[in-house]
Design a protein around this ligand. Structure first.
Ligand code: GDP
Ligand code: MG
Length: 303
């Protein structure tokens, strides 16, 4: 298998400073015995998923499009470097005509059979002003498909980071408001606890060829951060964060919804509720009715 994986030549296209940082991160992963890293890229259509895959690999490996004409199938790109294999899985957008595209979701699931997801890269745009129900549906679809634990392995990437916020709003403030709003809607769609959602890191991405560069020729964000090493650094952190990678097996694909195991308790809870609450109350009411003394007006009347 490994011998078929192409050499990661694209890494050489990065500025030397970026290359050095990336190789350092790969070294860190290898040190922790992580020799393969599989990243699943998901999100709505047109948010920059494919562009981000190309940016990370440094190659034009998947097609990008300003229009929603993505192929219906996921694509896995595998590259190896110094005994380390990077797999990135680009997927079609999950929304079509205002609804979750269940067919696309099903194709993605089957494509992932027997693969292990180390990181979920959830892509959206920085330059969006509101979150809506569609964001919630995408988060819900991901939870329903892979289980809630996939969010322990999530990194949120916001594309179009080279952007000027409206109304003179400071960049940092816009970024933190946008992240907060997105995390909130993901939290509700994915049914996460507050601390589970706020633990998800949010990083910025600028895929445009016009991305600013620093004096070392590295692509930088408006605040001067070299974003490719920052993104890969965050991916490395999440990989090593101690929570388990998500293995996609037949059971996960066909079995009951991975989040529904708790629901098996529902009939039992109903039964207990009947035995412990409803039945005693009924008995109590019956007794009470039987013992009830006639109201005073009644007794008065019959006098
Ligand atoms: P996908 O549908 O999520 O895979 O999105 P694509 O990667 O195909 O990108 C959709 C459009 O947005 C394309 O025209 C890209 O060139 C553009 N695009 C993606 N990311 C960025 C970004 O970070 N900055 C800018 N300026 N354009 C981007
Ligand atoms: Mg795409």
């Amino acid at each position: 298998m490994a011998s078929q994986v192409r050499e990661w030549a694209g890494i050489n296209t990065f500025a030397p400073a970026t290359q050095t940082k990336l190789l350092e991160l790969l070294g860190k992963l290898k040190q922790e015995n992580v020799n393969t890293l599989t990243i699943l890229v998901m999100g709505k259509g047109g948010v920059g998923k494919s562009s981000t895959v190309n940016s990370i690999t440094g190659e034009r490996v998947v097609t990008i499009s300003p229009f929603q004409s993505e192929g219906p199938r996921p694509v896995m790109v595998s590259r190896s470097r110094a005994g380390f294999t990077l797999n990135i899985i680009d997927t079609p957008g999950l929304i079509e005509g205002g609804y979750i595209n269940d067919l696309a979701l099903d194709i993605i699931k089957r494509f992932l059979l027997n693969k292990t997801i180390d990181v979920l890269l959830y892509v959206d745009r920085l330059d969006a002003y509101r979150v809506d129900n569609l964001d919630k549906l995408v988060a819900k679809a991901i939870t329903d498909t892979f289980g809630k634990r996939i969010w322990d392995k999530a990194v949120i990437a916001l594309s179009h980071a080279q952007f000027s916020p409206p109304d003179g709003l400071p960049y940092d403030e816009f970024f933190s408001k946008r992240s907060e709003a997105l995390l909130k809607v993901i939290r509700s769609g994915a049914r996460l606890k507050k601390d589970e959602a706020s633990a998800i890191p949010v990083v910025l991405v600028e895929n445009s060829g016009r991305c600013n560069k620093n004096e070392n020729d590295e692509k930088v964000l408006p605040d001067g951060t070299a974003w490719i090493p920052k993104l890969v650094g965050t991916i490395t952190q999440v990989t090593l964060n101690g929570s388990e990678s998500i293995h996609v097996d037949q059971k996960l694909i066909e079995g009951p919804n991975p989040n529904q195991t708790g629901k098996l308790w529902i009939p039992l809870i109903f039964a207990l509720q009947y035995l412990l609450v409803i039945k005693p109350i009924r008995g109590f009411i019956k007794k009470d009715v039987a013992n009830e003394s006639r109201p005073s007006w009644e007794t008065h009347e019959s006098d």
